[in-house]
Design a protein around this ligand. Structure first.
Ligand code: TRP
Ligand code: MN
Length: 448
């Protein structure tokens, strides 16, 4: 099926995995109509700028830092939450940029990451067998059957939460908060008092000194806009296709379709069927798109996905996000790198070291080991060095809070501590200390 006959609603004629069982079809259509009349959240020109920046990554000149929540929450939604998440991402970007000397392209899993694919339509909570929680865009996580009924009015609530999140992110990143002169302020108290926090402070002090040096040399730092702001983009899993369709608009400048719910959209391992609705939807929008790639993906399949999502071979259009697991990556990734290179597809390769390394602890918490995450990252760099391809980025789940959801790291969170501050509504996230620790390790791998 070609792009020429594509329309934002064509996905409706195709099998769509992971869509909620909305109880009232008319209520859903009313909500989608309402969303269709609301203003876009991002503008097509921004999506094009992001494609151009991702093309730099594809060419080996920059590194993609894509990070944020597993699932954004309607309950945990405050200025402090957004600010603290941004702080960690800015700190990681500083560590990568300063530590590896490579520009870091900052893309959040934020302002729209409200829907979750589930491996089973039901889940057990204690003695209850309940419909699965599918993200706050769809239903509520409270453990009772009524809360789990999909409610289309949540789509509108998600839109409004995305709009105010994006508004604050724009204010923070363009209004002075992301200024390199603020580099110390991003180090939160519980981080600053740790080993990784002190290591960060060293870099921050070196940046201060470099800025003073430049000023002393007569450079007008005030006039250098790039020191005072960052370009920050939004992204999420394009899972609930009705929502994405409603926010897809034709760009008046180019006549092309853009999904204006976020700058970048990706499709998950469970929804990326070649003949399915999600791939068809992503094939028609002109935003940069991502596709998750698990360990069982074959070279033929990956090349077919590239052909389908980026037939024109536009650099920056397609990011392949591998999520293979720490033990599988060494065997699974090299054949894919070889096949995509041989097919001359200019993709960004990013490593999601989180989703292939999830397990349930003895105490019943879904968790990940920091060491497994590192092992997968090392496997990613090793495979790319051997293939002569650029290890272009990382895709991470993190929070600015001092949570205890992933095991290990400098603070060495142990299995018995997971219950202490386990607040995620879905997958376990790195806390701020683990995230900064990880950034240092990635910077070392990039330098090597
Ligand atoms: N604008 C540059 C960049 O985004 C430099 C910069 C300003 C920066 N503030 C930052 C880098 C905060 C990392 C974090 O790279
Ligand atoms: Mn997740």
């Amino acid at each position: 099926m070609s792009r020429a006959q594509w329309s934002p609603r064509r996905w409706r004629d195709l099998p769509a995995a992971q869509q909620p069982d909305w109880p009232d079809a008319d209520a859903l259509e009313r909500v989608l109509k309402e969303l269709g009349d609301l203003p876009p959240l991002v503008f097509a020109g921004e999506a094009r700028t992001l494609t151009a920046s991702l093309a730099e990554v594809a060419a080996g000149k920059a590194f993609l830092l894509q990070a944020g929540d597993c699932a954004e929450s309607f309950a945990e939604f405050s200025a402090d939450d957004i600010r603290d998440k941004l702080k960690v991402i800015l700190q990681m970007a500083v560590v990568l940029t300063y530590g590896a000397g490579v520009p870091a392209l900052k893309v959040g899993r934020i302002a729209g990451q409200f829907a979750k694919p589930r491996s089973s339509p039901t889940e057990r909570v204690g003695d209850l067998e309940l419909p699965a929680f599918r993200g706050h865009m769809v239903n509520d996580d409270a453990p009772d059957a009524t809360a789990r009924i999909p409610d289309p009015s949540r789509l509108v609530a998600a839109y409004h939460q995305a709009a105010s999140t994006l508004n604050l992110v724009r204010a923070f990143t363009k209004g002075g908060f992301a200024d390199l002169a603020q580099v110390h302020i991003w180090n939160q108290q519980f981080v600053a008092s740790s080993d990784e926090g002190r290591r960060y402070e060293q870099i921050a002090a070196e940046i201060d000194r470099a800025l003073r040096f430049m000023a002393a040399c007569g450079i007008d730092l005030k006039a250098e806009q790039s020191l005072h702001q960052v370009d920050f983009y939004t992204s999420h899993d394009a899972l609930i296709l009705g929502y994405e369709e409603a926010l897809t608009r034709m760009d008046s400048l180019t006549g092309d379709w853009y999904d204006c719910s976020a700058h970048m959209l990706w499709v998950g391992e469970r929804t990326r069927q070649l003949d399915g609705a999600h791939i068809d939807f992503l094939s028609g929008i002109h935003n940069p798109v991502g596709c998750k790639i698990g360990a069982s993906t074959t070279p033929t399949e990956v090349v077919a996905l590239c052909e389908r999502l980026n037939p024109e071979r536009t650099p920056g259009r397609l990011t392949l996000i591998t999520r293979m697991g720490s033990t599988a990556i060494a065997d699974a990734l090299p054949p894919l790198l070889e096949a995509v290179t041989a097919a001359h597809h200019p993709v960004v390769w990013a490593c999601d070291p989180m989703h292939g390394n999830t397990f349930v602890s003895d105490g019943g918490h879904k968790t990940r080991r920091f060491d497994d995450i590192l092992t997968e990252l090392k496997g990613f760099f090793t495979a790319h060095h051997a293939a002569g391809t650029w290890p272009g980025g990382v895709h991470l789940e993190l929070t600015g809070d001092d949570v205890t959801e992933c095991l290990g790291g400098f603070g060495d969170i142990l299995e018995g501590q997971l219950h202490e501050r386990y607040t995620t509504t879905c997958d376990p996230r790195l806390n701020a200390r683990q995230a900064i620790d990880l950034a240092f390790r990635v910077a070392e791998l990039l330098r090597a």
